[in-house]
Design a protein around this ligand. Structure first.
Ligand SMILES: NC(=O)c1ccc[n+]([C@@H]2O[C@H](COP(=O)([O-])OP(=O)(O)OC[C@H]3O[C@@H](n4cnc5c(N)ncnc54)[C@H](O)[C@@H]3O)[C@@H](O)[C@H]2O)c1
Length: 419
């Protein structure tokens, strides 16, 4: 049996891609090394925020099937690799999953196949790392099979921009490779943007996330001195945002989280250092500033209690929202984790509330989950709004709290202290 595409890695990136391809009528096979993920998908259960069980049922009805059997990769015309690229212990990219997924494709590579890497990585990965593995069996990229990089730009929880209407950047090993990959995505993505080659496509993704990382660091640093100068930064950003050109608003917060913003810029700085021997100073500075925000928020919390004549040691502190972004359940790299550690280190008794999270384990920290939001807010010595989920009416919660620290600029009245 032949499939239009096999998607390797069925997570936050791979599954929405599979869904969009199926909607367009493509035959899609999913491959993952995690048998639990494969079994639950085949049983109609989703494990990512953006897809419901009903979505998975629709995909199965559309012919989707997941497998752990790598020999099935040979049945596909196109193979798209969407596996994780975390950081290794030395801060560089950990290509372990990319390596093993690429080897699985290589063992099942057929002439004419289109192989696309979507995992975020450093410039040169497709050409210097993936290509030699694929070519080891005797087939040549650009001649016998097509090879391209296409960064995933998915924004989990975004209701306006999904896989169909977010333009897809594509860069091939050769022009023919670019065209083959563009033709594949053109079947279900509205706009395909071609780059000169794989390195430009890889770097475009890193520029997007580094740009965000740096601008968040800028407002985070401003938040610190605006507080000392008695300036309301949220009001400043609102005013600056009225400029219809040349300004894009970014907001301060308790730190950056998720799988992309705190991690991807490191691929670039690590690569610049490793290849050229000098630092990418913007990234390193942004990293330093954003990484200090949880400790800064903990210190501000301590000061708020101190102003009321209370010690943080023994005080009850309730955290609202522990995910890395609003209205989703993803806790990866959430700044709530280092914040909880810092508060617990100061002796605070922690509890948390999050409508999307049932279990939250922070090693070494005892944080009890509360269900009754209003009672918990009224009882805590200090409430910290860490994530502004849509379920939170921040002004109302601030009005019933003893002390309310708003790290997201979600309140408008005088009942809260804002970051
Ligand atoms: N999550 C996002 O918002 C986002 C956005 C843009 C880009 N990305 C990038 O996309 C890539 C994938 O991220 P994700 O969030 O989908 O990860 P994820 O952890 O949600 O899913 C990855 C899946 O890949 C599977 N996997 C691991 N090794 C494998 C292998 N050798 N073969 C097949 N499957 C394997 C895992 O079991 C898992 O199910 C990363 O490089 C990430 O940086 C993620």
């Amino acid at each position: 049996m032949s499939n239009d595409v096999v998607i390797l890695g069925l997570g936050y990136v791979g599954l929405p891609l599979a869904q969009e391809a199926i909607k367009a009528g493509l035959t899609v096979l999913g491959y993952d090394v995690n048998a639990k993920v494969v079994d639950s998908l085949n049983a109609g259960r989703s494990h990512v925020d953006d897809l419901s069980d009903a979505d998975i049922a629709q995909m199965l009805a559309g012919g989707f099937r997941a497998t752990t059997d790598e020999t099935e990769i040979a049945s596909a015309k196109t193979a798209v690799i969407c596996v994780p690229t975390p950081l290794s212990a030395d801060g560089g990219p950990d290509l372990g999953a990319v390596d093993s997924a690429t080897r699985a494709v290589a063992r099942n590579l057929r002439p004419g196949m289109v192989v696309i890497l979507e995992s975020t990585t450093y410039p040169g990965t497709t050409d210097e790392y993936v290509r030699p593995i694929l070519e080891a069996g005797g087939l040549t990229a650009g001649t016998d099979f097509h090879l391209a990089f296409s960064p995933e730009r998915i924004d989990p929880g975004n209701k306006q921009y999904g896989p169909h209407n977010t333009p897809k950047v594509v860069g091939g090993h050769t022009e023919a490779c670019t065209e083959a990959a563009a033709a594949f995505y053109g079947r279900f993505v509205a706009t395909v943007v071609r780059t000169k080659g794989t390195r430009e496509a890889e770097t475009a993704k890193l520029l997007e996330n580094t740009y965000r990382h740096i601008n968040i660091a800028l407002v985070n640093e401003m938040a610190k001195f605006c507080h000392h100068l008695g300036i309301d930064l949220w009001d400043v950003i609102k005013a600056a945002s009225s400029k219809p050109f040349g300004f894009q608003a970014f907001y301060p917060g308790p730190g950056v989280g998720g799988h992309c913003i705190p991690i991807d810029p490191n691929y670039l700085s690590h690569n610049v250092r490793a290849k050229l021997g000098y630092p990418f100073r913007f990234v390193e500075l942004a990293q330093e500033i954003n990484a200090t925000m949880p400790a800064y928020v903990a210190r501000r919390a301590q000061n708020i209690l101190n102003d009321a004549g209370k010690a943080i040691n023994g005080a009850s502190v309730l955290l609202l929202g522990v995910t890395y972004k609003p209205n989703i359940a993803d806790k990866r790299e959430s700044p709530a984790t280092p914040l909880a550690r810092a508060l617990a280190g100061l002796g605070a008794k922690l509890s948390f509330h999050d409508p999307y999270v049932q279990h939250w384990d922070v090693p070494g920290v005892d944080a009890i989950r509360v269900d009754d939001l209003e009672t918990a807010v009224a009882q805590a010595d200090l409430v910290i709004l860490v994530q502004k989920h849509q379920q939170y009416d921040a002004d109302h919660l601030a009005s019933i709290a003893q002390r309310f620290f708003d790290t997201r600029g979600a309140t408008s009245g005088d009942d809260a202290v804002r970051l």
